[in-house]
Write a protein that binds this ligand. Structure first.
Ligand code: FES
Length: 172
């Protein structure tokens, strides 16, 4: 009734971010009154709250999706889907921070003119941060359009985003 069965169909089976969210909900005993904490955990894992993660939380805590939406849209600290055509979530957890996350954020600002929490003026790219994706071995880790990439240099990240924008994707 919970966990695996409620994951979105397209979710990669070993995506560590779902495991992080699951662990957080388990710690709170999957209680309905842990809704805000669970949404925080989802946002920390994914950088924002999209429909898939909200459905997952709703199913696991057995609360109506409408209530989840209500809470997620009421509090300003929750961010629903990024506004940009493409999204880049940079992990700023300890391991990634040490391995260069600040440089990645600086290069995104330099090349695309967009800072964390913002969307570029042309609406092409949203940049978000998350605390830990649960794949610290890949530090510094980023998630571009939903796919995890690791050990990227600033130049490599900029190139990958350009590829995504051109539709050449190939994010592993
Ligand atoms: S600190 Fe970045 S993935 Fe864990």
């Amino acid at each position: 009734m919970q966990t695996e069965a409620n994951k979105p169909a397209g979710a990669p089976p070993n995506d560590p971010r779902w495991k992080l969210l699951d662990a957080a909900m388990r710690r709170n005993g999957r209680k309905q009154n842990a809704l805000i904490e669970s949404l925080h955990a989802a946002q920390e894992a994914f950088g924002f709250l999209d429909e898939d993660s909200m459905r997952y939380v709703a199913a696991n805590l057995r609360v109506p999706l409408s209530k989840v939406y209500g809470v997620a849209t009421f509090y300003h600290f929750f961010t629903l889907k990024p506004q940009g055509e493409h999204s880049c979530v940079v992990c700023t957890g300890t391991a990634c921070y040490i391995k260069g996350a600040p440089n990645l954020l600086a290069s995104l600002e330099e090349h695309f003119g967009v800072t964390a929490g913002e969307t570029s003026k042309d609406g092409k790219l949203s940049v978000l941060t998350a605390r830990c994706f649960g794949c610290c071995g890949l530090a510094p880790a980023v998630v571009i359009d939903g796919d995890v990439s690791g050990k990227l240099t600033s130049a490599g990240l900029v190139e990958k985003i350009h590829e995504c924008m051109k539709g050449e994707v190939a994010v592993p």
